[in-house]
Design a protein around this ligand. Structure first.
Ligand SMILES: [Zn+2]
Ligand SMILES: [Zn+2]
Ligand SMILES: [Zn+2]
Length: 436
């Protein structure tokens, strides 16, 4: 259960005139979350071109609801200063304006994806934050700045990890895993596909190529360390979307390009941080990486010259990246092998066709298992949802997340049929693992 509060506002200079939207999301369980001056966990400030004030009000609700869904909200409490929108959302007032009816329908269809929602009218004076976000957008657009600015909770959350680790007292490591991408090799939606999932407005059905970020607080110097598993084709987009501003290393599961296509993007980090970035891989994968990205791994490039400066850390049993040990778990991916990575109580296994008994023995006593499940129909190199669930039942982790999902799987449908303790991944999903 995740309950969020959403405050929205539309602004318009002239009616119609240059218009904008503001939306602020709050964690309902945080102290003082419903106070007008509370700090939002996420927000949207966007100019939307010339339109009417009522259109702006509705578009603000739609954008806010989309962001709430993306952040995993199951219950939403909307606090709006437009009495018209509140009454029309609840169906108590009819929508007479033909321009507004489809917007109202769209908002209701988004809200119906939640377990529950309610909308309440609040006085304009209490909606200052959303109003400011909307006006900020108009001013920014006038100055030639970006039309749309979305702030997501990553920054705040990163601070929370640091706090957790500090509280846990020294050598124990609290870990955070962020799903940077949850999609299969083509991503979802697929280019040109018009299936229900590809056309879905549920943000959780928009999947970048599968990748994850693991963060922890270093017990020695107290700094936060970040390692990406699979610098894939969408790495740049993921880094921008989820604020991955620095990295201490990368791990690669296998050579397929959806998992390695972002190797060159790592130069953003080796340039900015002036370092040679360690990349962990099995010896077979390391050989292939050296062949394909010789210029990055040949050891001749110093950081800061527009070429990624990378060094391979090979290991068929384990590698140490940024001071943390990752155990290599051999997995079958059709005719080739892929490597799962386990660290402490967390394991990330993607592109799994099957898992041999010897590898299963390395996966006991997990707090969190992230594992791939491509679709329901059998596939020569990927396990199905049922096969993934059978593996989960066998390994019995405390929690499991299904990832590398193709366009056959609708998020809400899949979530509704998974057993307790198992959830589908979506881009931006964050899992906290306590130190133990
Ligand atoms: Zn893949
Ligand atoms: Zn499709
Ligand atoms: Zn693959």
């Amino acid at each position: 259960m995740k309950t969020l509060i959403l405050r929205t506002d539309g602004a318009c200079r002239g009616n119609p005139g240059p218009a904008s939207i503001g939306a602020a999301l709050y964690d309902a369980h945080a102290a003082g979350a419903s106070e007008p001056d509370a700090t939002p966990i996420a927000s949207i400030s966007a100019a939307i071109g010339t339109t009417t004030n009522n259109v702006a009000e509705w578009k603000a609700v739609i954008a806010g609801a989309e962001l709430a869904l993306e952040l995993g909200a199951t219950t939403l409490s909307l606090l709006l200063d437009s009495k018209l929108v509140v009454e029309q959302l609840h169906g108590r007032w009819r929508v007479r304006d033909a321009k507004l009816a489809p917007l109202c329908d769209e908002a209701i269809s988004l809200l119906s994806q939640l377990n529950s929602w309610e909308a309440r009218h609040v006085p304009r004076a209490q909606n200052g934050r959303a109003d400011a976000l909307a006006n900020e957008a108009l001013d920014r657009a006038l100055r030639g700045g970006p039309a749309r600015v979305v702030r997501r909770p990553d920054d705040h959350a990163r601070t929370a990890v640091a706090t957790d680790a500090r509280d846990s007292g020294g050598e124990r490591q609290a870990t955070r895993l962020t799903i940077l991408g949850s999609g299969a090799s083509r991503g979802v939606p697929r280019v040109g596909c018009r299936c229900d999932v590809c056309l879905s407005r549920d943000m959780r059905n928009r999947r970048l190529r599968s990748a994850a970020l693991i963060e922890w607080r270093d017990p020695v110097d107290g700094a936060t360390r970040s390692v990406v598993i699979d610098p894939g084709m969408d790495l740049r987009e993921q880094a921008l979307r989820f604020n991955v501003e620095r990295l201490d290393g990368a791990l690669v599961t296998h050579i397929h390009v959806d998992h390695t296509g972002g190797i060159d993007e790592l130069r953003a980090y080796t340039d900015a941080q002036d370092l040679v970035l360690p990349v962990g891989a099995s010896s077979d994968t390391a050989t292939e990486l050296r062949l394909r990205w010789a210029y990055a791994f040949d050891g001749r490039t110093a950081p800061g010259h527009g070429i990624p400066a990378l060094t391979l850390v090979e290991g068929d049993e384990q590698v140490t990246i940024a001071g943390r040990r990752f155990q290599a778990i051999p997995l079958v991916h059709g005719r080739r092998a892929t490597t799962g990575w386990r660290s402490g109580n967390l394991a990330y296994l993607t592109d799994v066709g099957s898992v041999a008994a010897a590898s299963r023995a390395m996966l006991a006593d997990l707090d969190l298992l992230v594992v791939s499940a491509l679709r329901d129909l059998p596939h020569p190199t990927h396990q199905t949802v049922d096969e993934a669930l059978a593996l989960i039942a066998d390994l019995a982790p405390r929690r499991a997340i299904l990832t590398h999902l193709d366009h056959d799987l609708d998020y809400a449908d899949l979530a509704g049929r998974l057993p307790r303790g198992v959830i589908p991944a979506f881009d931006g999903l964050v899992a906290e693992l306590p130190a133990r």
